[in-house]
Design a protein around this ligand. Structure first.
Ligand SMILES: NC(=O)C1=CN([C@@H]2O[C@H](COP(=O)(O)OP(=O)(O)OC[C@H]3O[C@@H](n4cnc5c(N)ncnc54)[C@H](O)[C@@H]3O)[C@@H](O)[C@H]2O)C=CC1
Ligand SMILES: CC(=O)C(C)=O
Length: 251
């Protein structure tokens, strides 16, 4: 079950953090994984670790997204799985938020996702097969957090995009699904500061932050040929963070 041997997978933002966890899980399941990231040093290291491949990719560059996806197909003959995972989450309160703050987060998280997914969907439609997996978040679609209004909007926007994409491509054997991580210990999350991390440990029922591989296993599930009848859906991977109705529900 869930054997990805022979599958070609592309993971954006795969050099570090959650993307790296996705790369490792897909690779463990047998896929050949290509990492697209602006971080060349760590991208190459991660690729080496899984006997995969690194390619420079800035998801805000539409022409580059097209070129990279086409190069993957030229070199490997196909693209079975796309994990659109790149994202940033700087905190800034609404009153202080500049147009540039807003644009940067939306450009990377939402427009960048569109640029990559659009190219992959074209290829997958021709193949009559594909698995597109977005890394969204609980933040935006389900929860909020001070300083993450632009971020939450980008992550909720991804799910809006996903539902229409799932409908447009269902008859071509392509599924489009999303993972909604809670708090996963990555460099990006560490940048929020120790007080944030400790506060979060207290409100997650497991009292632990997630590991990148926890998201990777959900990506394997959505990436498998067996999950062909699931499209336009989300899996929350958050250690139960969004469940309690009030604080005494956290034991
Ligand atoms: N860490 C967490 O708790 C959560 C993270 N997420 C989402 O998971 C995804 C990954 O987050 P983390 O691993 O925590 O972040 P991270 O900051 O640890 O890693 C992000 C990766 O994206 C790459 N990247 C940044 N800008 C790029 C660009 N323009 N083009 C290509 N690559 C670029 C970075 O080089 C890095 O490798 C993001 O979409 C984030 O919103 C969602 C929920 C929770
Ligand atoms: C960064 C993020 O989406 C969190 C912590 O939910």
């Amino acid at each position: 079950m869930f054997d990805l041997t022979g599958q070609i997978a592309f993971v954006t933002g795969g050099a570090n953090g959650i993307g790296k966890g996705i790369v490792e899980a897909l690779s463990q399941a047998g896929a050949f994984v290509i990492i697209g990231d602006i971080d060349e040093e760590n991208g190459k290291k991660t690729a080496e670790k899984v006997n995969g491949q690194y390619v420079y990719l800035d998801v805000t560059n539409q022409a580059l997204c097209e070129k990279v996806v086409n190069q993957i197909v030229e070199e490997h003959g196909k693209l079975n799985i796309l994990c659109s995972n790149t994202g940033i989450f700087p905190q800034v309160m609404i009153e202080d938020m500049t147009e540039s703050d807003w644009n940067k987060t939306i450009d990377i998280n939402l427009k960048g996702m569109f640029f990559v997914v659009q190219q992959a969907l074209k290829v997958m439609k021709k193949q009559n097969y594909g698995r597109v997996i977005l890394t969204s978040s609980v933040t935006g679609p389900i929860t909020g957090y001070p300083g993450w209004a632009h971020y939450g909007a980008s992550k909720a926007g991804q799910l809006g995009f996903m539902r229409s994409a799932a409908l447009e491509y269902a008859k071509f054997g392509v599924t489009v699904n999303a993972i909604q991580p809670g708090n996963i210990l990555t460099e990006g999350l560490k940048a929020q500061g120790e007080a944030y991390l400790e506060g979060t440990r207290q409100i997650v029922p497991t009292h632990e932050l997630g590991e990148p591989i926890d998201i990777g296993y959900a990506a394997v599930f959505f990436g498998a040929k067996e999950t062909k009848y699931i499209t336009g859906q989300c899996i929350v991977v958050d250690g139960g963070q969004i469940l309690p109705e009030e604080p005494s529900g956290i034991l």
